[in-house]
Write a protein that binds this ligand. Structure first.
Ligand SMILES: [Zn+2]
Length: 435
């Protein structure tokens, strides 16, 4: 007998055949999917009626900085470098408790908008991991490693990054995995990056970084190393299939070829890139080269939301407007970026990203009985162009129901909102006091 049966929904499998089953069901047992199909006659402890709802793999946010929810709306309308230089002094005052609370708020927002797995890079990651464990989500977490010409800072952040990998990789029944998180080539020296690369190899984990986000970054790297960012990282043998690379905006054709050859996994963050006016990533070109580009929101201080539904819509629209081509990035491809490509980017394609027998039961349901989702002709079109995170009705991760009919079962929503407001107020008061 199954633990959970999701019954008679519009099931979007995202498997290799990209099947869409009208009145399809998904059976779950022991945290895994045991059946997907039209005639699943299973008995189950919990039966979830999915009539009028779309059932799809949980969305994967492949690049964020979760605890930055505390800084949502604090610094807007600035170029990226100026924005970073304004954010960094505030971040200096962040405590472990702040990061824990910010992460809880981020988890709550993600559950309520249908994200079941995310990749994060920030500080106090043991505390972030604790929040993820409580929330019930799946995550690949990394401690940000940042040097900024300070060898002492390099050592502390690398040591903390290594300790985090050692203590938290595989926790929460394997829902929490880890990576090393060197911030970027302009904030980490080649020595730092190579140390990280060796450590990642030693622990068989990935490396989460930012590449070619702004023109200013490209100029900085050319001035310092005589090469463009991807060329520079390739020349020091940093690149490889384990590298998760946020942004990848300022790339030449040659650099796209290097990314493809080295198996680097770029993450597109259209909203953050538009908001900081950093540029437009060559997503159609990368996809055409066979690169599995995934999708992320970046932190809530530069987005300012973690809603992967709006991220999908912006991804599709941005590439179309940029290329003056309405077929530059179709809805189906965008949904792949937010599901199966996210799984590939995190090295989890055997576990998540599609609804298939044997995979982990990470499933979301979207309630389609809404004026803005009617009439129903093309489900994929509605998910990408019409739906918002608030239409997500039910969320299951690792076979466990985290939200049902919009009620979050793992976190106390009112308490999280109250506590994070207080933490954010205190954090900004400390910044004012330090001025
Ligand atoms: Zn980022």
């Amino acid at each position: 007998m199954a633990d959970v049966l999701v019954k008679d929904g519009h099931v979007i499998t995202m498997d290799s055949q990209r099947r869409i089953l009208e009145r399809g069901s998904v059976a779950i047992e022991g945290g895994k999917i045991t059946a997907v199909g039209k005639d699943v006659e299973e008995r189950a402890d919990t039966v979830i009626d999915a009539r009028g709802k779309v059932v799809l793999p949980g969305l994967i946010n492949a690049h964020t900085h979760l605890s930055m929810t505390l800084l949502r709306g604090v610094v807007d309308d600035m170029p990226l470098m100026e924005w970073l230089e304004t954010i960094w002094p505030i971040e200096k005052n962040l405590t472990a408790q702040d990061c824990y609370l910010g992460a809880l708020l981020g988890c709550l927002e993600m559950i309520k908008s249908g994200t079941t797995c995310f990749a994060d890079q920030y500080f106090f990651m043991e505390d972030v991991a604790r929040a993820v464990e409580e929330a019930g989500l799946r995550a690949v977490l990394s401690r940000g490693i940042i040097e900024l010409d300070d060898p002492k800072r390099r050592e502390t952040t690398i040591t903390e990054g290594e300790r985090f990998v050692k203590t938290c990789h595989g926790m929460a029944n394997g829902r929490i995995l880890t990576m090393f998180g060197p911030h970027a080539a302009y904030t980490c020296s080649p020595e730092c990056l190579m140390r990280v690369k060796e450590l990642a190899k030693k622990y068989t984990v990935g490396v989460h970084t930012h590449i070619a986000e702004t023109q200013e970054e490209v100029d900085k790297i050319i001035k310092k190393y005589g090469k463009r960012p991807v060329e520079h990282l390739d020349s020091i043998n940093f690149l490889g299939p384990e590298v998760l690379a946020a942004h990848c905006i300022w790339l030449t054709e040659r650099e796209i070829a290097v990314i493809q050859k080295q198996g680097v996994k770029p993450v597109h963050n259209p909203v953050s890139n538009m908001k900081t006016a950093s540029g437009v990533a060559p997503v159609p070109e990368m996809l055409a080269a066979g690169i599995p580009v995934s999708l992320g929101t970046d932190g809530a201080a530069s987005n300012n939301s973690l809603d992967m539904f709006s991220e999908m819509k912006f991804a599709a629209l941005l590439s179309k407007a940029h290329k003056l081509d309405p077929i530059a990035l179709p809805a189906q491809v965008v949904l792949e970026m937010a599901t199966i490509n996210g799984a590939i980017a995190l090295g989890l394609q055997d576990k998540i990203g599609s609804l298939e027998v044997g995979k982990k039961a990470d499933i979301v349901m979207v309630d389609m009985k809404k004026p803005h989702l009617a009439p129903l002709h093309n489900v994929i079109s509605h998910l990408v162009y019409s739906a918002v995170g608030g239409d997500v009705d039910t969320v299951v991760v690792d076979g466990k129901v985290l939200m049902r009919e919009r009620g979050v079962l793992t976190l106390d929503e009112v308490k999280v909102l109250e506590e994070t407001q207080k933490a954010a107020d205190d954090l900004l008061a400390r910044r004012e006091a330090a001025k």
